[in-house]
Design a protein around this ligand. Structure first.
Ligand code: VGL
Ligand code: ZN
Length: 205
């Protein structure tokens, strides 16, 4: 079975939000159109406590987009975003919120960030999504959402590593793009054997 993964389509990642992805909201109609073409639909939700270790505001003298070393490796510091139970953490109002079968929350532990839908940033602590997909008989994953260079990339790389046939839907993702990070992310994903398609390819089937 094929599953559609919708990554972090939340207000804080859309224009006007705390960590806006340029054009982040423009992909939502495309995602909505893809939904009826899948039998398994999973959404992720970035869901941070206020004291989260990825927030620059929790460090003296640090600014958003600085990087620091945490015990699991390099971490980019972000503006406060997707704080649990705030408007910024809500799914965008135009996203079809009725269709998804499963919502995976991530980044809810203060001391560790989680970009991937499968593992936290230590690349060891599982979110449980792999078990869910395997139990439902999913073998193939189509990835959409935000942001191409962070949560989409890490979700796609982990999906491929876990053995799913993994495809990114190019016109249903948008990136933050810090110093060419979108281009680098696409290259890394291609090198990992991840496929790329366009929504039209799926809709016309
Ligand atoms: C994301 C940075 C911080 C993402 C989440 O959804 O790509 N990026 N938290
Ligand atoms: Zn986050």
């Amino acid at each position: 079975m094929k599953a559609l993964l919708i990554v972090d389509v939340q207000y804080d990642f859309c224009p006007g939000g705390a960590l806006p992805v340029p054009n982040g909201d423009t992909i939502i109609p495309t995602i909505n159109a893809l939904i009826p073409h899948f039998d398994c639909i999973v959404q992720t939700q970035d869901w941070h406590p206020k004291n989260h270790s990825s927030f620059a505001s929790n460090y003296e003298g640090k600014s958003p987009y600085d990087t620091i070393k945490l015990n699991y490796g390099e971490q980019v510091l972000w503006p406060d975003h997707c704080v649990q139970s705030t408007h910024g953490a809500d799914f965008h109002r135009i996203l079809n919120k009725i269709a998804p079968h499963m919502i995976v929350r991530k980044g809810f532990r203060a001391d560790i960030d989680s970009y991937s839908a499968f593992f936290e940033n230590d690349h060891e602590t599982a979110t449980g999504l792999d078990g869910y997909l395997k139990e439902r008989g999913v073998e193939e994953l189509f990835i959409t959402g935000l942001a191409t260079d962070f949560c989409v990339k890490w979700s796609a790389l982990d999906a491929a590593k876990l053995g799913y046939k993994t495809t990114v839907v190019s016109d249903a993702v948008e990136g933050i793009d810090m110093d060419g990070s979108v281009g680098k992310a696409i290259k890394e994903m291609k090198e990992a054997g991840i496929h790329f398609t366009n929504s039209k390819e799926i809709l016309n089937k």
